[in-house]
Design a binder for this molecule. Structure first.
Ligand SMILES: NC(=O)c1ccc[n+]([C@@H]2O[C@H](COP(=O)([O-])OP(=O)(O)OC[C@H]3O[C@@H](n4cnc5c(N)ncnc54)[C@H](OP(=O)(O)O)[C@@H]3O)[C@@H](O)[C@H]2O)c1
Length: 294
């Protein structure tokens, strides 16, 4: 009798479980689907005054980028290696805009991982989590391959490639919790088409383009886009000694670019809602140079 009762009880338990299982599964599935659609609907947005780190912002293209982001109301970290005075000038110009923008100058060698980590630590402490990182700092040390010493090669790679890796890693760590961020790497068309005397620079800039794509794939799931902007020849200290008469015939637009023309694209990729679905791409700002001589 007891054995029969136990059997009936077990049978009814099994039947109940089977009867409710599909409904429970639907309920669980439905819950997850609802959760996902809630997530999809939840809009991730930057704060009103996003925090932007711009490496190498004391001069040239970096300075123009810092100013553009400042004009858009960002709180800008103006990084520099040795030009403390010019970096402070950029800070003061941004603060004087009176639009809610803010700025601080931080000295750090982009090629030194320790200095980069403390830069991001200081930026977070003083301005808040980083929303935008523009890896702009760069150097040249031109030499024909047969005369290039190992240190001439590695110095350029340390700053122009390793530095972009260190800063992107630190920036992503700061962006990850909010699941939104923009990383913009300043490459060069030399990383695509090469240039005699610039094997070191071409290697580093070509590496930046590849790294941009790899990081875009890794960071996309966390709402962080990664793109590269590749200038051609832009008027700055880096190009001031070049013989432009030899260069201009190679540029369809027959002039050097201006720093603000690079900065405008960086601002679009950093802040414009229309850029939110763009990641892993490399945009040339080169007067048409990379398409070849006309
Ligand atoms: N100008 C062009 O035609 C051209 C073309 C293609 C790509 N680019 C790229 O665009 C970026 C900016 O170039 P630019 O023409 O504006 O150069 P620039 O006028 O020579 O300015 C270089 C900037 O990078 C900073 N910097 C250099 N080494 C650094 C380091 N180790 N750590 C931190 N900051 C460092 C400099 O800081 P200090 O003032 O403190 O030295 C300065 O702010 C570079 O990545 C460059 O390769 C330029």
């Amino acid at each position: 009798m007891i054995r029969q009762l136990v059997f009936v009880l077990m049978l009814s338990l099994i039947l109940n479980t089977l009867a409710f299982a599909p409904r429970a599964a639907v309920a669980r599935g439905g819950g997850r689907a609802a959760g996902l659609s809630m997530m999809a609907k939840k809009k991730r947005e930057f704060p009103e005054n996003p925090v932007a780190v711009v490496t190498g912002a004391s001069r040239g293209i970096g300075r123009a980028i810092a100013m553009e982001l400042g004009k858009a109301g960002c709180k800008v970290v103006v990084n520099y290696a040795s030009s403390a005075g010019p970096a402070e000038e950029v800070v003061n110009e941004i603060k004087a805009l009176g639009n809610g923008a803010d700025a601080i100058a931080i000295k750090a060698n982009i090629g030194d991982v320790g200095e980069i980590r403390s830069l991001f630590g200081e930026a977070e402490e003083k301005l808040g989590p980083v929303n935008i990182c523009v890896n702009n700092a760069g150097i040249t040390n031109d030499m024909l391959v047969m005369m290039m010493k190992p240190e001439d090669f590695t110095n350029v790679v340390d700053v122009n490639l390793n530095g972009v890796f260190y800063a992107s890693q630190a920036a992503f760590a700061s962006m990850m919790p909010k699941k939104i961020g923009r990383i913009i790497n300043v490459g060069s068309i030399v990383g695509q088409i090469g240039n005699p005397g610039q094997a070191n620079y071409a290697a580093a800039k070509g590496g930046v383009i590849g790294m941009t794509k790899a990081m875009a794939k890794e960071f996309g799931g966390r709402g962080v886009t990664v793109n590269a902007v590749c200038p051609g020849f832009i008027a700055s200290d880096m190009t001031k000694d070049l013989d432009t008469s030899a260069l201009l015939p190679l540029i369809p637009l027959k002039r050097l670019g201006e720093p603000h023309e690079v900065a405008g694209l960086v601002k679009f990729l950093a802040l414009d809602p229309a850029s939110a679905y763009i990641t892993g791409h490399c945009f040339n700002v080169d007067g048409g140079m990379a398409i070849g001589a006309t």
